[in-house]
Write a new protein. Structure first.
Length: 617
């Protein structure tokens, strides 16, 4: 078949055999368990080493994080309006699985996490009291708007541009090219099939697992800090120690294990949907019962300040001086590292729910819709916190921690006796669902792309996440957030290189997509026909299709038999052997059918049907 006529291949139509990738699983597991053992037995040495490495990394290669974030957003803007925009993240004519509203709601839930509560009220307030270096004076209207702009910068287009790039590349790889759901699958056009399934591909998958472990562990650590504050308020305890934090993590870990082992996917999905509803409900509650008129004015002002200061915030680096470098290390670099570490988890999730969307719709909606929702949430929470600070409300003070500010804001709103319980519930469910979903992704990466990995593998990675969260909290000592930030940044910097290579591989794949080939042919054919028509017939001609002399047609510049454009749609059996496939009739040369049986056979070699996407070694 001509490469321009291939309708695409879905992973569901491939013949894959899944099973535990022993190299990926055991090497990664050994590294992680060694780190956890080191962190638990000697947290002070982990703290010292990580602090030293962090100081070197943030000074010498911190710029790399900024390059990745800005480049990802730029790439998605380019793809949305380029010749690749009409390519479908699926086979030709495939329709989206979810409505646009449901799609956006799920997307928002995936990237939301606990950050909206941990940083929503406190981050704009912090910038209001202590603006970023070389910007404005504290506690002024300028500081208010610059603070919101800085928060929007950290939670807006940059993060969602990155998620869109990774999610789009993974969706395209699985639902257009028919590759298994592995991070390494995206790199096949660069690595080649042998290296993708060999050392290079496995190294990428191991790095994706490690990044997911640390990125999600940081989220779980933030959850534990906030939940402990809520428990302290509800119980009236005077202080919450690291021992109490570890106990909270242990209880929530038990809930996660019950969820993972019982397979209560429907219940977790229900709780997740309830969580998103409660989160948006709390934002609306704060908007209606807080300083509503002030917030109505602040929303457009904050958005315009964000747009106005965008390029200035992008350009902040070591060249601005030591105080800017310190600010970047505490805030921007931590956020970029956090988002980078979350990309395997969120990217795979977004890929699964975006099947059937065009790249143009995917790029625009994935970057703009969640950005706008988060801007509203941060404006409402941050604007309310700043208003309460100005008014001298109880608890909303400059020396309060982020988790204290969250509960103090709601303590100064109606129903203050009820809201702490709701907040603790929301945070606990975020903890469990994040651990559940991230563990499933790591299980998939450990089992050669298996969408339904073994429960034992899923639970193992979940326990490793909890262990890393404990190490992060212990490493931070009195300032637990420091440990979370340092370790997350150190893990994200090497993974940034992986994402840069992923972007190159994604664009290379798109350049040989059947839809892109057809577009190139169409443009060339029309240009040739118009020129020839005017030469031979002046104003009076129409277009028709006929064969031209060799070397003069629409595809004269294109080698349609080259391996780089034909290799990807050659079909193989479960063992990787080439098998003929008729795209017109959808039949395999060896008689294999989707129920796993060849024509005239009762079953597979072992007597069991080889269901696509569900086989194990």
């Amino acid at each position: 078949m001509h490469p321009g006529l291939v309708p695409g291949i879905s992973i569901d139509d491939q013949r894959n055999r899944f099973g535990l990738d022993k190299a990926v699983f055991f090497i990664t597991a050994a590294l992680i368990l060694s780190f956890i053992a080191w962190g638990v037995t000697s947290p002070s040495s982990v703290s010292a080493v990580s602090s030293t490495m962090f100081s070197w990394a943030i000074r010498n290669v911190g710029w790399l994080l900024n390059v990745v974030m800005v480049s990802a957003a730029g790439l998605m803007i380019y793809l949305a309006f380029s010749r690749f925009g009409q390519i479908t993240l699926g086979t030709d004519g495939e329709e989206p699985e979810f409505s646009r509203f449901a799609w956006i709601a799920m997307m928002f839930g995936a990237g939301l996490g606990v950050g909206i509560f941990f940083f929503g009220p406190s981050e704009p307030l912090t910038y209001y009291m202590d603006p970023p270096p070389h910007t404005t004076y504290p506690e002024t209207p300028e500081a208010l708007h610059r603070g919101l702009a800085q928060a929007h910068y950290h939670w807006g287009l940059a993060i969602w541009g990155l998620y869109a790039m990774v999610g789009g590349a993974l969706a395209y790889s699985s639902y257009r090219r028919g590759r298994v759901s592995l991070f390494s699958s995206v790199f096949r056009s660069l690595f080649g099939e042998r290296q993708t399934s060999g050392i290079a591909g496995r190294l990428v998958d191991m790095m994706a697992i490690i990044a997911t472990l640390f990125g999600t562990a940081a989220t779980l650590g933030l959850s534990a800090l906030q939940i402990s504050e809520g428990i302290q308020i509800v119980s009236g305890a005077s202080e919450v120690t690291n021992t109490v934090l570890i106990m909270i993590i242990a209880v929530l870990t038990l809930c996660f294990i019950v969820s993972a082992v019982s397979g209560a996917a429907r219940g977790i999905r229900y709780l997740s949907n309830l969580n998103i509803t409660l989160t948006l409900g709390l934002v609306l509650f704060t908007f209606l019962l807080g300083p509503t008129l002030f917030l109505l004015n602040l929303v457009p002002s904050g958005i315009m300040a964000y747009a106005d200061n965008m390029f200035d915030m992008m350009g902040r680096s070591l060249s601005w001086g030591e105080d800017t470098l310190e600010f970047q290390s505490v805030w921007t670099a931590f956020y970029w590292a956090w988002w980078i570490a979350w990309t395997p988890f969120v990217g795979l999730f977004i890929a699964r729910i975006s099947r059937g969307r065009t790249i143009r719709e995917f790029a625009l909606v994935t970057t703009l819709a969640p950005t706008f929702i988060l801007i509203l949430a941060f404006t409402v929470f941050g604007g309310t916190a700043i208003t309460f600070f100005r008014e001298g409300k109880d608890g909303v003070a400059g020396d309060a921690s982020p988790e204290q500010i969250l509960f103090a804001v709601f303590d100064n709103l109606p129903l203050s006796s009820l809201t702490p319980f709701i907040l603790v519930f929301v945070l606990a469910v975020f903890f469990i669902t994040s651990a559940d979903s991230a563990s499933l992704v790591m299980g998939t990466l450990s089992e050669k792309g298996n969408p339904s990995p073994r429960k034992l593998v899923v639970v193992f990675w979940g326990l490793c996440m909890m262990g890393i969260a404990v190490v992060m909290l212990l490493t931070g000592g009195e300032t637990a957030l420091t440990g979370l930030q340092n370790l997350t940044i150190l893990i994200a910097i090497p993974f940034s290189v992986v994402l840069i290579v992923l972007a190159v591989a994604f664009v290379k794949d798109l350049s040989t997509d059947p839809a892109a080939i057809r577009r190139d042919y169409a443009r060339s054919a029309i240009q040739n026909a118009v020129v020839k028509g005017m030469q031979e017939h002046g104003d009076d001609f129409e277009l028709s299709v006929s064969r031209t002399e060799d070397g003069t047609g629409a595809g004269a510049h294109f080698d349609s038999t080259a391996d780089r454009v034909t290799d990807w749609y050659r079909r193989t059996d479960e063992d990787g052997n080439d098998v003929g496939y008729d795209y017109g009739s959808g039949t395999w040369a060896d008689g294999w059918t989707p129920d796993g049986r060849a024509d005239g056979q009762d079953g597979g070699a072992d007597g069991a049907p080889a269901t696509p996407g569900r086989n194990r070694d």
